[in-house]
Design a protein around this ligand. Structure first.
Ligand code: Q46
Ligand code: ZN
Ligand code: ZN
Length: 329
């Protein structure tokens, strides 16, 4: 297989794009695609300060690398969760982030959860007396809180995470299985700031397959932690990723289509929900029936758009109608 751009031997074949590229052109293609997504979804402007949440894994470190190569002002944030039982996950992943930052001359901010808040994630899970009993549920909450806090205190316009297409498609499938409207409404490449002073949340790699972020990290020589967090074992996200991989195997591009058509449907008003989670309805100005768009309902808009009607016979029925009434057909 040859690189489509230069004819050299291809280093990667992306079946979903019917595109094979050599190492050099693949390492150009990923930043180009990322830049396109940043513009398309209006994630960040040039010159805005970005805080990248890095976990030491391939996606977040690749994202930081790509943003830096594209010329964005991106600092890293490593949240040390204190998950050091067994494989010393937190210490190892922290070391990969520190090493990356030092090599590239970038600023890494580190917040240690046990040092700052007095408890590790495992301890908080053990001690939780409220509904949250699972480490990942507590961890997600803690990470969001810290990202928002550092983002606000240090004046970052955007908080970027390394979620890739596989992550997004898996979460989407999970939420669609239960039609979790509240989650579906908020899922997307950009989550606007909910309060002044808070940064918007952006996912510049949301259209890039996981296999490609891994290939990017390898080809760029980025060292990252291969092990997963021990608490991820048996997670539903891994299960849905597996299901989608099987689908992708038979139909290359299925994952991308699933995610992009969801975003399109959302833009088209599929999830036009208000804060209480219910579709906001208005009265049609013409017929009074409920409609999701202010103004006229879809029926009235359709009828308005039809060609002028032929005059009806006086009794309201045309010859040959059979007189069956309005429900007759
Ligand atoms: S770090 Fe935290 Fe993940 Fe570990 S405890 Fe769960 S959420 S699995 S991305
Ligand atoms: Zn090439
Ligand atoms: Zn609070």
């Amino acid at each position: 297989m040859k690189c489509r751009k230069c004819g050299a031997p291809a280093a990667i074949n992306m079946r979903e794009h019917k595109l094979a590229l050599c190492r050099e052109h693949f390492l150009e293609w990923i930043p180009e695609q990322t830049e396109r997504a940043i513009h398309h979804y209006r994630m960040v402007e040039r010159g805005e300060k970005i805080l990248v949440a890095v976990s030491g894994g391939k996606d977040s470190l690749s994202l930081w690398d790509v943003l830096h190569r594209l010329g964005y002002a991106a600092d890293g944030l490593y949240i040390d969760l204190g998950i050091d039982e067994g494989i010393a996950y937190s210490s190892k992943s922290r070391a990969f982030c520190e090493q990356f930052a030092a090599r590239q001359g970038l600023t890494l901010r580190v917040v240690s959860v046990p040092e700052t808040y007095g408890r590790s994630i495992a301890e908080a899970t053990r001690l939780s007396t409220r509904g949250r009993k699972k480490p990942c549920s507590i961890c997600g909450l803690v990470k969001r809180h810290i990202m928002n806090r550092v983002g606000r205190e240090q004046g970052y316009a955007a908080l970027a995470t390394g979620h890739n297409l596989d992550d997004e498609a898996a979460v989407l499938l999970h939420n669609a299985m239960t039609w979790s409207g509240g989650y579906l409404v908020r899922q997307g490449p950009v989550l606007p700031a909910s309060r002044p002073g808070l940064g918007r949340k952006v996912k510049p790699l949301c259209r890039i397959y996981e296999r490609e972020t891994a290939a990017y990290a390898l080809m760029r020589g980025i060292d990252y932690i291969y092990e997963e967090c021990p608490f991820s074992v048996g997670s539903s996200t891994l299960y849905y990723k597996d299901v989608l991989n099987r689908l992708e195997e038979d139909r290359p591009g299925a994952k991308l289509q699933f995610y992009l058509s969801f975003l399109q449907a959302k833009d088209g008003g599929l999830f036009a929900l208000n804060a209480s989670g219910e579709a906001e309805l208005h009265d049609c100005v013409t017929c009074g029936q409920p409609t999701s768009a202010p103004g006229k309902c879809a029926f009235c808009r359709l009828w308005d758009s039809l060609a002028p009607a032929l005059p009806l016979p006086q009794d309201g029925l045309r010859e040959g109608d059979g007189g069956q009434g309005e429900m007759g057909s």
